[in-house]
Design a protein around this ligand. Structure first.
Ligand code: ATP
Ligand code: MG
Ligand code: MG
Length: 535
């Protein structure tokens, strides 16, 4: 169809089925509180929010799908609420699948009584094989009484009960394997973070989802297209229990190259200490990418742009960072930093006596306020720049003016840097009437007559070394051993005023997000923000 653009510049021409006047639409985002939200979850959450609150005037439910007590924690639940708020998503209602344990139990009893479900104690491996080959379980035709008795054992969590599960009696050999008697209840004596030890039986996602969706008034259940095969099962359960109809609507899963988007794998990476936590800037979590320097409007724009696509592709991060660059450029003030290990002392001849300070704009095009630029005869330049200069060449000192290179001192020990000469000092003669448009080298510099701020510049790389991990790939074999490079630098005095979360640009070095602001005696920590050109 035709493409439409909305305020955020996103292209989508997507709609839900049978929406009427759009006011009765109810969608839901159903995370399991078993980890922090990653950018894939962000896509699901933003799409649900888009339909409920932007495209139609409806209701968005945040439903914690908390049916697997082994993996779930209050910490994760709280983080999900915070991260949605951070993304500007305001659910109209918050619900918990665990609040429906009683109803779900009763629905399961009803299914058993009506001959639509049975108890099974076939061992996992054998059950898998039977399902693959379309062979009925030995227990498939047990009596209702036996099935109910076994479900009661499960409910008590007895040794006998633990051996059993409940399966929907749909089909033995349907070509769609999702229809081959799926498991709907399991016995697990684990303590649940909300219901404690009240329940020893837990419904599966396949069973809860249609029932709770229907029960809560959801009109459209958005699911990633991997669930397409399970839509038939979802609809079967609704019909078997004579519940209100719900539409399924598929969207593509978000994947990125060299990126893990599985809570199970991310949990492993966090638990083994490979990263510093869920909000580590190398993590593809909402918190991680934000700490790396993505703005929330950029995240929303990027994800909604993917909205209409139903193809599952392995996206690269370039376009993600390119989208972000448009958002950060106008808000990033300009500062100067010089790598500490590569600093070259420079004497400037012809500068005004003493030390002078001028106020300059932090940004050439946007009004971001002023910063101080300190001028004096003693400055620092970076080695790579200094080493490129020719005797008597005219160069430009950014924010100051032109100068001639009058003296170049080289290292007396060529062995220290074989193959190239290290510049140990320079003398420049100012030539302020020179035309800055005519020089080919515009270099950053810093007067030493100011309180230079020590800064750590951190640059990150992908956590894994393979574009796409395959099913059997062992995560440990593909972990990138070197994912953080730190450069120690000195920055201009204005950097002392920056605070955590500020986004800036160090001239000729790139965009950075301040992760730790200035404290006397400590380094400022700044994270390089990719822009799409490189990583
Ligand atoms: P994970 O594999 O990371 O554990 P999940 O699907 O098991 O993901 P849930 O908490 O159940 O985790 O996910 C909540 C919602 O987010 C679901 O509706 C799911 O479809 C959606 N979702 C999860 N991962 C992605 C992804 N990569 N792209 C798009 N949507 C996703
Ligand atoms: Mg899930
Ligand atoms: Mg999962």
């Amino acid at each position: 169809g035709k493409e439409k653009k909305n305020d955020e510049g996103a292209n989508y021409d997507i709609g839900l089925q049978d929406v009427g006047d759009g006011t009765g639409i109810v969608t839901r985002f159903p995370p399991e509180p078993s980890g922090y939200l990653h950018v894939g979850h962000a896509k699901a959450a933003l799409l649900n929010d888009y339909f409920a609150h932007e495209k139609y005037k409806g209701t968005l439910i945040l439903r914690f799908d908390d049916t697997n007590p082994i993996k779930e924690k209050q910490e994760f639940q709280d983080a999900i609420v915070e991260d949605l708020a951070l993304m500007g998503i305001k659910p109209d209602k918050v619900t918990y699948t665990s609040d429906y344990f009683q109803q779900l139990y009763e629905y399961c009893v009803q299914m058993i009584k009506e001959g639509n479900a049975y108890a099974d104690d076939t061992l996992q491996e054998k059950m898998r094989e039977e399902r693959m080959n379309g062979i009925p379980s030995e227990r498939r035709d047990s009596s209702v009484e036996d099935n109910l008795a076994r479900f009661e054992e499960m409910k008590k969590g007895t040794e006998e009960g633990i051996r059993w599960c409940i399966r929907a009696k749909i089909s033995v050999d349907d070509p769609n394997k999702a229809m081959r008697d799926p498991v709907i209840y399991r016995c697990s004596p684990e303590v649940h973070h909300r219901t404690g030890d009240k329940w020893k039986i837990y419904p599966t996602y396949d069973f809860c989802c249609p029932i709770v969706d229907s029960y809560e008034g959801v009109t459209h259940a958005l699911r990633t297209t991997e669930y397409n095969d399970r839509d038939a099962q979802y609809q079967w359960i609704l019909k078997a229990l004579k519940l209100r109809h719900v539409y399924n609507w598929g969207f593509s899963r978000l994947n990125f190259v060299r990126t893990l988007l599985s809570k199970r794998k991310l949990t492993k990476i966090v638990d083994t200490g490979f990263v510093d936590g869920w909000d580590d800037p190398r993590m593809p979590t909402v918190r991680g990418v934000r700490r790396r320097g993505v703005t929330i409007p950029a995240l929303r724009e990027f994800i909604l742009k993917q909205g209409p696509s139903k193809n599952i592709v392995n996206l690269d991060w370039y376009s993600f960072w390119a989208t972000n660059k448009k958002h950060i450029d106008p808000i990033a003030g300009r500062y100067t930093a010089i790598a500490d290990a590569a600093k070259v002392p420079v004497k400037v001849v012809g500068a005004r006596e003493g030390v002078t300070t001028e106020e300059k704009d932090k940004h050439a095009k946007f009004d971001l306020g002023k910063k101080k630029v300190v001028y004096s005869s003693s400055i620092l330049l970076e080695q790579a720049d200094a080493a490129s200069f020719a005797q008597d060449e005219e160069i430009t000192l950014m924010n100051w003016g032109n100068a001639f290179v009058r003296k170049i001192s080289h290292s007396s020990d060529p062995a220290a840097s074989p193959g190239q000469k290290t510049v140990t000092g320079l003398e420049l003669e100012l030539h302020l009437q020179g035309d800055v448009k005519k020089t080919s080298k515009k270099v950053t510099w810093l007067s030493t007559d100011q309180n230079l701020v020590p800064v750590q510049l951190h640059e990150f790389d992908y956590l894994i070394t393979k574009d796409k991990l395959e099913e059997g790939d062992e995560l440990e074999k593909f972990l990138n051993p070197n994912t953080r490079t730190i450069t120690h630098a000195l920055a201009d005095c204005n950097v002392a005023e920056l605070r955590e979360d500020d986004i800036i640009q160090f001239d000729r070095k790139g965009y950075f997000r301040i992760d730790k602001g200035f404290k006397p005696g400590e380094d400022v920590v700044a994270f390089l923000i990719p822009t799409g050109k490189s990583k």
